[in-house]
Ligand binder design. Structure first.
Ligand SMILES: C[S@@+](CC[C@H](N)C(=O)[O-])C[C@H]1O[C@@H](n2cnc3c(N)ncnc32)[C@H](O)[C@@H]1O
Length: 271
């Protein structure tokens, strides 16, 4: 993708707040991934598709004053939001690059860690995306993705309209030229780019009505189901049926929501 206007989820204040809440739910999974990768003081990190910088913020805390974090993000709204928050903290070792991974100028053989959460599933040419990022890593550096392998999403009790939702979301991603199964392709892509696979860890979060993970899903579907109708992926009647099955589960104290699999994929750049 060369253009922000192609980005499926869109950029606006409501989506920014959704991303913020999302980080409160999934941030612990991301931080455990960084721990396994050994990221720490002094590392130079690139956060690709940083959004409003929630992961960049965590990375800055991890690398300290002696490290460095670069937030790469095409949206001005998100980047400015993060710039404000960094300047309030007085941090001097955070850099901001406005642009896409495919087009932005990036230093060559520089970063110890290149990270992208929920970005590569949206891009039409993941191989180009990956090759630009690999060129910015030092040899011995790590690249790490967190993204979907879009299985697992479900509501219990099953049997209602919502059972179709995984297919609907996969079609939503395809409509933006993305791939909701992208993490399944990454090990082979890593091998083609001289990256040794060092981590491949799927996570499914689950919870009932009122749990953070079910609220996370509620926010996503409240915003994006209507967008799916506008894109012709589902009809308004189908959207209404999905919504009423979802609401019935939210009222059922014994219901359970299972998230789609989010897979941590880590690669080491070899000589
Ligand atoms: C779902 S958001 C995730 C934001 C952040 N990574 C997080 O986990 O909170 C995806 C972000 O990727 C950005 N993005 C989309 N296409 C991109 C590309 N080709 N290169 C870099 N960033 C991109 C969007 O502007 C958006 O901020």
């Amino acid at each position: 993708m060369g253009n922000l206007s192609d980005y499926l989820l869109g950029v606006n204040q409501r989506e920014l707040e959704r991303l913020q809440f999302q980080h409160s739910v999934w941030g612990p999974v991301t931080r455990r991934f960084f721990e396994r990768l050994g990221a720490g003081k002094g590392w130079k990190c690139l956060d690709v598709g940083a959004g409003p910088g929630f992961v960049s913020n965590d990375l800055r805390q991890l690398v300290g004053q002696e490290g460095e974090v670069t937030a790469l993000e095409p949206s001005e709204l998100y980047l400015n939001w993060f710039k404000d928050s960094v300047s309030k903290k007085g941090w001097t070792n955070v850099k901001f690059v406005r642009g896409t991974a495919e087009q932005a100028p990036l230093p060559s053989r520089y970063f110890d860690l290149v990270f992208a959460r929920w970005v590569i599933a949206f891009v039409p040419d993941p191989d180009l995306f990956l090759s630009r990022l690999v060129a910015s890593m030092r040899v011995g550096g790590i690249i790490a993705f967190q993204d979907y392998y879009y299985e697992g999403l479900s509501l219990f009790p099953c049997g209602g309209a919502w059972d179709r939702m995984p297919d609907v979301v996969r079609a939503y991603y395809r409509s933006g030229e993305g791939d909701a199964f992208i993490t399944g392709r990454l090990p082979a892509m890593f091998a083609n780019h001289g990256l040794k696979l060092i981590d491949f860890t799927p996570t499914c979060l689950a919870g009932g009505p009122g749990s953070p993970v079910m609220e996370w899903a509620h926010q996503f579907f409240s915003i994006h189901t209507q967008h799916m109708v506008e894109k012709g992926i589902i009809t308004q009647d189908e959207a209404d049926a999905l919504q009423s099955d979802w609401e019935a589960h939210r009222r059922n104290p014994n219901a359970l929501f299972f998230s789609p699999l989010v897979v941590d994929v880590g690669g080491l750049l070899q000589l």
